[in-house]
Ligand binder design. Structure first.
Ligand code: ADP
Ligand code: MG
Length: 348
């Protein structure tokens, strides 16, 4: 079938972006990196400017039934800052564009801005502009973030080399389970509004879903200890999808070891309740905002004392493919099943 006659759903988010941007040729010398990484990288003299943009749509990315406006504002900023940290850049400014119904109460937008401002305060970022519009179809928040990069220390998805170690920060799958919990309680509430939501005991998972933090501490550690990752990406769409981006851009394969993938005990506990394999949540759940990066063996010694960083595998030759090795030694090819706003998994 001719590509133009396919639906967007058939193409998928990455297929669509590839189709739209595949023929773009860079005209300006200042554009060091255009489409294809966590952020664009611009050269304007001594420093590099690193720029990223992210849009959140009501009904697709968030549900106001269980997302407080303040958390929404905070998370919208975090999603952007995470992409800048993934380039090893330091966030400096954000530009905030919002569209919403004119029937909305002022206090709701005030609360959204409280969240935006809190994230700006916590990560030392200036809110430097934006745009405001009304909307007929719910709230849209689009944020562009700008950061500063040092020449020679910006990290791309494309630098991984065979034998590099694959590392991940924190733990994975918690935000996805937090979302499952909120969705379950929403459904129960809609069936019977008398029922109070049962959210106790899962504070960590709810925090990971509603108020995630980007890993500024890790890039700070890299600077302090002079660590140069060979490649890096943030985990917004699930580990599988992100490691495949690194391997595709770096022209390598990888081996990930299932039993090394860090999963919090609260994630395991709720996964059992939902009959979900925690590993599947870690591989395919989204919104963890952790960092995934590769280190040459020489660089690795510099991070081995950092308890927030776990080694989960290594980079192999392209021909070996991208595989997950289970505890009994079998190889499972990795496939990207992460977040895809056009595909199977928009929130309803
Ligand atoms: P991330 O998950 O890190 O936010 P995305 O998957 O959203 O990255 O985007 C992948 C790449 O495609 C990025 O470099 C982004 O700038 C680019 N991109 C996404 N949408 C568009 C678009 N509509 N036009 C041009 N480039 C885009
Ligand atoms: Mg990213």
């Amino acid at each position: 079938m001719e590509e133009s006659m396919k639906t967007i759903e058939e193409l998928g988010e990455f297929g669509l972006i590839r189709h739209l941007t595949g023929n773009i040729r860079i005209k300006n010398k200042s554009t060091l990196k255009g489409v294809g990484d966590d952020a664009a990288v611009l050269d304007y003299g001594e420093k590099l400017v690193v720029v990223t943009s992210d849009m959140l749509m009501e009904g697709i990315h968030f549900n106001l039934m269980y997302t407080p406006m303040k958390h929404l504002g905070y998370k919208a900023v975090v999603a952007n800052l995470s992409d800048l940290y993934a380039m090893n850049a330091v966030p400096k400014q954000i530009i905030v564009s919002i569209a919403f119904s004119s029937k909305l109460k002022l206090i709701q937008i005030e609360n959204l801005y409280k969240g935006i401002e809190l994230a700006c305060k916590n990560y030392n970022v200036d809110l430097a502009g934006g745009d405001t519009s009304t909307s007929l179809t719910g709230i849209t928040i689009s944020i562009t973030a700008l950061g500063e990069g040092e020449k020679g220390s910006v990290v791309y998805r494309s630098g991984a080399k065979k034998n590099d170690l694959i590392c991940v920060t924190g733990n994975l799958g918690a935000a996805y389970l937090g979302l499952q919990l909120l969705e379950r309680e929403k459904k129960l509430f809609l069936e019977n509004p008398e029922v109070q939501p049962a959210l106790e005991g899962y504070d960590y998972l709810l925090q990971r879903q509603l108020k995630p933090e980007p890993r500024a501490d890790i890039t700070g550690y890299f600077r302090k200890h002079n660590v140069s990752p060979s490649s890096m990406i943030d985990i917004s769409d699930g580990l599988s999808s992100e490691i495949l981006h690194i391997c595709n851009e770096s022209q390598t394969g990888c081996k990930l070891f299932a039993d090394r993938i860090p999963i919090d005990s609260e994630t395991e506990r709720l996964a059992a309740e939902f009959n979900i394999t925690p590993l599947v949540a870690a591989l395919n759940g989204g919104e963890d905002y952790e960092l995934l990066f590769t280190l040459s063996p020489g660089e690795f010694v510099k991070v081995k004392d950092n308890r927030q960083i776990k080694t989960i595998g290594h980079i192999t030759a392209r021909e070996d493919g991208c595989n997950l090795i289970t505890h009994d030694g079998s190889f499972i090819p990795l496939v990207a099943q992460g977040w895809d706003a056009y595909g199977k998994r928009g929130q309803d």
